[in-house]
Ligand binder design. Structure first.
Ligand SMILES: [Zn+2]
Length: 611
């Protein structure tokens, strides 16, 4: 069957399935979900069940089978179960002897207590289930309908929020997916969370808000409505019948994961308790929602169908994540969540500014960074990761910003990247089973905009040279400038200047308090700390013989030193050493607007920043 992640709720109504997972939560306080997997219509002497090693969208081998235990297998005849022999073919694949029976059941438990968007999190209050971490697949039968039965106490956990479809109308305890890929793409949130529903673009939407805080769900619903209508406007409507926004709102939470009919988002409660801090959350929601088009449907050719047992390499995460990173801020602006001024400041600071602080941009192309994501960006990053490679989110985002502006400028503001996006979307609708190659992607953008970008774009994707921004930004009446920080005065009483210090200097290190010790966490290639011979995990003891009390105190001492050399006493592997470090000013990027704009520049700006 051709690969598909499309599902409408009505397609699952009154279906039957030969693969059924019954999930139990009796041991939720111990962070366990119990699974009984029933497989019917078996032919042959054995059946192979496999636990995925990763879940799409999160490009890291996680070996979910490591959290699985208490495995028992049975053959089933009528209502009786007989223990069946089984063995492990490899770390995640279970071979069960059928002994002539056409039905088997396998019981197991899965431990899950890691609160991320791609791991199970189960406790007495709720269960967030990632299907790849919970449901084994039957080798060779992933194309079949799969059912999931839930047996939780509905009085305690009244809500089930998931893109899985009810098999019986109005009953959320028996859910289904047209195939295993769709099951994996449909996490479940089960508990007493806040639920809000709304209609938009002719489709149903649901917000599942999981939090211990008294946050404003209704305000959030209004913002989600704006996000839905703003993004749907690009593509001419939404391609689903129902969509679920899951938001985990807990201290220190962050990140998101995209799915075809849902997204999982994380945020700190502070972003909703103080709405002036909500912009990052709103950008995240724009980002994950945008993925329902770009990644889940418009996608690199390698990203679906999947082999869940091993890495799925693609050098095109610049399309999947770079394009989405460019659009998330742009969409937050189009939604009216931010002003034009703030958007431009963000472009300077968070896109150009951050990329400029990544020495690894000169070491590896964005395509290789994508291909090696499994061992680079998604792997527990080495402390010197940013010295070795650029993130395809960050550099990919800057590439698409420049590409968009280039297209606008070269079409007299008649076309933009939106047109390229729409062309890719049309291509998906013609052939949903097939992803895009790099060549096809570039060809679609060229055809839709009439601008030749191939050579330039490929140079940016393959190369490690600095991206050429001056001319492209000039066409928008903008200049990117590196400005040193202003010197600030410390005043006492009636504005009497006491002393002047350099407001922002940088040593090119990141330090953290580890049990009261100030430990170097990262050292920037080419920066002052590296030149001073300081290494990761070294402990900073004193600056000019003054004992350092905290990272903030260290920053203060370094700032007071300004641009002159400071004597550092440090400790490495049981022995003290001294060195000298001279900080440099932390220059920041700003986008400066031309005093007057030509008509051409005005038209360009209008096309880019329309809303
Ligand atoms: Zn993303």
């Amino acid at each position: 069957m051709p690969y598909s992640i499309e599902q409408r709720d009505e397609q699952l109504l009154n279906t039957s399935a030969n693969i059924l997972y019954t999930l139990g939560f009796e041991r939720a306080p111990q962070h366990l979900v119990s699974v009984t997997m029933r497989v019917q219509a078996i032919t042959g002497p054995d059946v192979v069940l496999v636990m995925p090693s990763w879940t799409p969208g999160s490009y890291k081998i996680r070996d979910y089978a490591g959290l699985q235990g208490n495995v028992r297998a049975y053959t089933v005849r009528g209502t009786s179960r007989t223990p069946a022999a089984f063995h492990w073919r490899d770390k995640a694949s279970l071979v069960v002897q059928t002994n002539g029976a056409d039905i088997i059941e396998v019981d197991y438990v899965v431990y899950g207590y890691e609160r991320t968007v791609r791991t199970n999190h189960i406790n007495r209050w709720h269960a967030f289930l990632v299907p790849a971490a919970t449901c084994m697949y039957v080798e060779g039968r992933q194309d079949e309908i799969h059912h999931v039965a839930l047996t939780h106490a509905q009085s305690e956990w009244p809500h089930v929020s998931t893109a899985l479809s009810p098999v019986r109308k109005g009953d959320a305890t028996l859910l289904g997916a047209l195939n295993y890929d769709i099951l994996v793409d449909s996490p479940l949130e089960i508990g007493d969370h806040i639920v809000r529903t709304f209609e938009a673009e002719g489709a149903k939407h649901e917000l599942a808000l999981v939090t211990n805080h008294n946050v404003d769900a209704d305000w959030l619903v209004e913002q989600l409505k704006t996000i839905v209508s703003t993004e749907a406007a690009i593509f001419g409507g939404v391609p689903y019948d129902r969509y679920v926004f899951v938001l985990h709102c807990f201290p220190g939470n962050g990140g998101g994961l995209e799915h075809a009919r849902s997204s999982i988002n994380g945020t700190d409660p502070q972003t909703l308790l103080d709405k002036s801090k909500a912009i990052d959350l709103l950008s995240l929601l724009c980002h994950e929602y945008f993925h329902l088009w770009n990644v889940k449907r418009i996608r690199p050719v390698e990203l679906g169908p999947f082999d869940y047992t091993r890495e799925r390499y693609t050098s095109m995460l610049w399309l999947a994540e770079g394009l989405t990173s460019y659009y998330d801020d742009l969409l937050a602006y189009r939604c009216g969540f931010t002003t034009e001024k703030a958007y431009l400041e963000g472009i300077a600071k968070d896109h150009f500014g951050k990329l400029a602080r990544v020495p690894g941009r000169a070491q590896m192309s964005v395509k290789d960074s994508s291909y090696l994501a499994w061992l680079k960006l998604y792997f527990a990053p080495a402390p010197d990761a940013s010295n070795r490679f650029p993130s395809y989110y960050l550099k990919g985002g800057v590439i698409f910003l420049l590409l968009d502006l280039y297209i606008i400028d070269h079409t007299d503001a008649q076309r933009s990247l939106d047109d390229g996006l729409r062309a890719m979307w049309e291509q998906y609708r013609i052939d949903p089973a097939k992803g895009l190659t790099e060549q096809e992607c570039i060809a679609l953008i060229e055809r839709a905009t009439g601008v030749q970008v191939r050579e330039m774009l490929q140079g940016w994707l393959d190369g490690t040279e600095e991206l050429p921004h001056a001319e492209i930004l000039a066409a928008m009446g903008l200049t990117l400038e590196l400005k040193p920080p202003s010197t600030s005065a410390i005043t006492f009483g009636e504005n009497r200047t006491f002393a002047s210090v350099q407001a922002d200097v940088m040593a090119g290190w990141t330090c953290a308090d580890v049990n009261g010790r100030i430990i170097v966490r990262a050292v920037e290639d080419g920066g002052p700390a590296q030149r001073a011979g300081i290494g990761v995990d070294d402990e900073i003891l004193a600056v000019n013989d003054k004992r350092v009390a905290s990272p903030a105190h260290l920053d203060r001492l370094m700032a007071e030193q300004g641009g002159t050399a400071a004597r550092i006493t440090a400790h490495c592997d049981g022995r003290l050493y001294t060195t000298s470090i001279t900080c440099v000013p932390t220059a920041t990027f700003t986008l400066t607007e031309s005093a007057t704009l030509t008509e051409h520049q005005l038209a360009n700006r209008k096309r880019w920043l329309h809303r």
